[in-house]
Design a protein around this ligand. Sequence first.
Ligand code: HEM
Length: 328
Amino acid sequence: MSKGVGKFTLAAVFIILFAALCGRSNGDGLQVGFYRGKCRFTDVETAVAAVISASYRRDPTITAALLRMQFHDCFVNGCDASILLDGSNSEKTAIPNLSVRGYEIIESAKRVLEKICAGVVSCADIIVMATRDAVSMSGGGRYTVQTGRKDGTVSLASNVDLPPPSVSVSDSIKAFAAKGLNADDMVYLIGGHTVGVAHCSLFMDRLYNFNNTGKPDPTMNATLLATLRARCPQNVTVDNTANLDQNPLSSLTVDNSYFKQILMRRGVLQIDQELALDPLSSPTVNTIAKGSGFSAGFAQAMMKLGVVQVLTGKQGEIRRVCNATLSS
Ligand code: HEM
């Protein structure tokens, strides 16, 4: 090798190393634009966005479905699409996941991608990209997501340890901290309740028999109490739903109106109301309700949620069918 070529090679190695160090990989092997150039002539993020946009036009409530799905996926075993796996004892079968919706949206994006570039795009990445797209279609602002996650192969109902609706703010802070998310991240993320619904059974105690007092939760606004009692009568077999964001003009929009509602004591779940009342979270709730920073803060918290305990590189697999059935 001539001296000149040797110098050139050395320079090239430095440039590549420098580029790798300056790249947007977060050290977990994730990268913005991981799939660029990996799916023939198709841009993977554009293909996912097309599926989500079509689903959203049919049903704008998919944003709520996908937000909750991403939370329930990332909080249990990390963002590895383990929530999607079928099986007699998989995560899907755990009680908090029985009302998770939107599995078919992820499947349809996966089917499109498998036709173009089989075995390339993980289901875990599809959940994160799809949620990002739906949030932006619902007015929540668009954020960048890193990709390169692999899919997990373990999915057990017994691993599902999600906080219940009656969780205290301090216990919830602990649960989020265990996932590397701080108290502010938690407040912004629970702001996901700016869209979607809750079943009466999950807040019935607040309406009729709070803490076994035989009385309603004294922190609930009286008008809301009357509205929710009408929606959720006692001794009926149907389990109705109520919007988590009680501003009817904003129940499909990802904005800060949920925070304004909880400041007016119009939170539906116990944790919703507690966020506004507990001194551990109320300053952040006030800032979000009164300011214009919700979209940016929510986006940042969603990006952090999306990198919880991810599998990358040689870990995990690229599942070919997102809901593939576990053998055991
Ligand atoms: C302490 C934390 C949390 C608790 C206790 C909690 C609890 C709940 C409960 C009980 C429901 C109603 C489920 C049903 O009726 O079947 C619900 C719905 C929902 N949650 Fe959460 N949640 C929490 C955090 C989050 C986070 C971090 C997100 C998203 C980033 C989120 C997004 C949603 C959405 C969008 C819905 C409505 C789903 C739909 O309409 O299908 N939640 N949550």
